[in-house]
Write a protein that binds this ligand. Structure first.
Ligand SMILES: [Fe+2]
Length: 307
């Protein structure tokens, strides 16, 4: 089998990806269709994602990055001898999920919740939109990335037609890892139906062990589809798609697309990215992710039912 010449060996969750042309590939930019909303919707339906190169203001994205790396430096998490904006992790530190960096951060909010992204989703959805108030912000240090999953199990109590937007804060070469999506996986409901509609915060109110677990803030299941990206691809078919991202790019997809991250294989550099969510204002919204202090996956977000 011919290997994809443009791609180096990629790793995800500690597994080397199969690098044959029919198993891995590059994301297709859709900048050419930006003015043709029908074509954008067709591509979203066919491919399961839209990848936009440089549509965000690069200076705004980099200003948001600096605001976050300054906070990280203030928390003693970055190498003291390096410029914080380089995102070099302090020796001995491990970092993954850091939503506090995006909280009450006007520079991040400017990128995500005003201007071009809001205009983009308003056109795509064809009506007034709203976004979740919670922003998922990740600083991924060296090591394993996120394992394969769909987003619906974490946010499926309102509409199921909302969309995730993944934004990298800085340039992301392959060695730093980044998001990858499984081509066509959103159409494999035969494989997804027993997984994707489960709610990580749901529990059986008539099963004492599940009640006790929920009271401790535990999840019924993790929402993970698999810990083995090559195996998922073999089951679903299609290709894992990724690219080298640049500050100003974004990648958006719906709730049923299987995605994961490639591993950060650098020695000490952080990959900083956010996930934000957008939907039609007229559709119901998942109460866990809105409000001044969204409850999220805390005890307040648990929902019991008789099983
Ligand atoms: Fe996700």
């Amino acid at each position: 089998m011919i290997q994809t010449a443009a791609l180096p060996q990629l790793w995800s969750y500690g597994h080397p990806l199969d690098m044959d042309d029919d198993k891995v590939g590059l994301l297709r930019p859709s900048n050419d269709a930006l003015e043709d909303v029908d074509e954008l919707r067709r591509r979203l339906d066919t491919d399961g994602y839209l990848f936009m190169r440089g549509l965000l203001d690069r200076d705004d994205v980099l200003a948001a990055r600096r605001s976050m790396t300054d906070r990280l430096a203030g928390q003693g998490l970055l190498h003291p001898d390096r410029d914080p904006v380089d995102g070099i992790i302090a020796p001995g530190q491990t970092l993954t999920f850091k939503p506090d960096l995006a909280s009450k951060n006007p520079l991040v909010e400017k990128v995500l919740y005003s201007g071009r992204l809001v205009e983009f989703y308003t056109r795509l959805f064809g009506e007034t939109i709203r976004h979740y108030d919670f922003t998922w912000l990740r600083c991924m240090g060296p090591g394993k990335g996120t394992n394969p999953h769909c987003d619906l199990p974490y946010m499926g109590r309102g509409t199921h037609k909302h969309m995730t937007c993944w934004v990298p804060y800085g340039d992301v070469p392959f060695e730093l890892g980044g998001l990858m999506v499984l081509e066509g996986s959103h159409k494999r409901m035969d494989l997804l139906e027993n997984y994707v509609f489960r709610d990580v915060d749901g529990f059986c109110a008539n099963k004492p062990n599940q009640v006790a677990n929920a009271r401790n803030g535990g999840w019924t299941f993790t929402g993970t589809l698999s810990h083995n990206p090559p195996q998922v691809r073999a089951k679903f078919g299609g290709r894992w798609l990724t690219t080298e991202f640049r500050a100003g790019d974004f990648l958006t997809f719906g709730m049923f697309l299987v995605h994961a991250a490639t591993d950060n294989r650098t020695a000490d550099r952080l990959r900083i990215s956010s996930d934000s969510r957008y939907q039609r204002a007229s559709e119901p919204i998942d109460e866990r992710w809105v409000g001044v202090e969204p409850p999220g996956h805390t005890l307040a977000g648990k929902r019991g039912r008789i099983c």
